[in-house]
Design a protein around this ligand. Sequence first.
Ligand code: NAP
Length: 333
Amino acid sequence: MTQVIRWGILGTGKIAKAFATALQITPDAQLVAVASRNSDSATAFAGEFGAERAHGSYQALADDAGVDVIYIATPHPMHHENALMCLNGGKAVLVEKSFTMNRRQAEDIIALARSKQLFVMEAMWTRFIPAMVEAKRIIDSGEIGVPANVSADFGFTAQFGPEHRVYNPALGGGALLDLGIYPLSMASFFLGPVTAVQAQAEIGATGVDLQTVFTLKHQQGGVSSCACSLRSRTPTELTISGSKGFVRLHDRFHNTSRLSVTLVDGQQRSERTIELPLSGNGYTHEAQEVGRCLRAGLIESPVMPHHETLAIMGTLDQIRQQIGLVYSADAAN
Ligand SMILES: NC(=O)c1ccc[n+]([C@@H]2O[C@H](COP(=O)([O-])OP(=O)(O)OC[C@H]3O[C@@H](n4cnc5c(N)ncnc54)[C@H](OP(=O)(O)O)[C@@H]3O)[C@@H](O)[C@H]2O)c1
C-alpha cells in the first residue's frame, strides 16, 4: 500500500460532501475519483473537491485502477450491491451506516472481502472521535469500576417530506437504521455482545419507524437502554455506568467534543469535564483509521471489527422483527 491513500467516493449526496471535506485535512490521503449515476453531478463534485477523475457510473469507479479504497455514500439499500461491486473491482471499502439492510447482506460483503483479502469497515465514525477514544480508555482503565449499564438516545425532529430517505421505505427509511444504530453500536462497544433484545416502536404513515426504544442484555453481564426518534429532539447523550460512577458523552454524543467523568464514593462525589475537539467536521478520524489499517495490511479495523458489524446487523434484524419493520431487501432471505 502506498503512503498516500487514494480515495474514491461513490455517490455525491450530503454525507459524500462531508467526507470529501474531511479528506482535505486527512494526512496522506487524497480524493482521486468520484462516481455518480449522473456525469454532471460527478463532474461538479470533482471540481468542488479537487478529484482528478469524475465517473458517470459506479462501475467505472469500481474499475478505476488508481483508487485504493472507496467510500460508499449511497442510501442503505444500495450498500450491498455497491460494496460487492467495489470489492469485485479489487477495492477496499468503507461503507456508510447502516452497513446493509440486514445481516444476510452484511455476511455477503464480509465473506467476499475476506475471500479477496480486501479491507472493509462499517463507517461508524463515532467510535473514532477523540472524545469516544478517551471514554473507551477511561472505561478500560477500570476507573468507574466494571461497566454494567449503558443508556443512549439519538433523536431529532426530521422535517422532511415522505419521499426523503429518512421516511421512504425504498431508501431504507426509519429512525432505527438511521439513528438507533448509534446507541446500539455504542452499547456493543462498551458492554460487548448482545444476547437478548426487547423493542417497542411507533410506525409512521410511510410504514417506517418514527421512534423506537429497545433494551439489551449483554453476554458478559450488563444491560443497556436505547432510544431513537425522528419526531423528538432527545438529549442525545450516552452514559456508561459502573460501580464507582459514570462517564457521560454530552449532547450530541455522536459528534461530541465533551465528556465528563463522575465518581461517587459514599457521600463524596467528584466530577471532571474533558474537552477533546473534533478535527474539522469529525469524519477525518475514521478516514485516518482506514489509512492506518490499509498501511498495516489489515482487512478489518480492531475498533470496528467484522464480527461486531455482523452482530449489530443481527440485533437490528431482531428489533425489526419485534416492531414489524420489513424492507424489500428482506424478501431475499
Ligand atoms: N455518518 C454520518 O454522520 C451520516 C450522516 C448522514 C448520512 N449517513 C449515511 O450515508 C448514507 C447516505 O446518506 P445522505 O444523507 O448522504 O443521502 P443523500 O444526500 O440522499 O445522498 C445519497 C446519494 O446516493 C446516491 N444514490 C444512489 N442511488 C440512489 C437512490 N436510489 N436514491 C437516492 N440517491 C441515490 C446519490 O448519488 P448520485 O446521484 O451521485 O449517484 C445520492 O446523492 C446513508 O446510508 C446514511 O445513513 C451517514
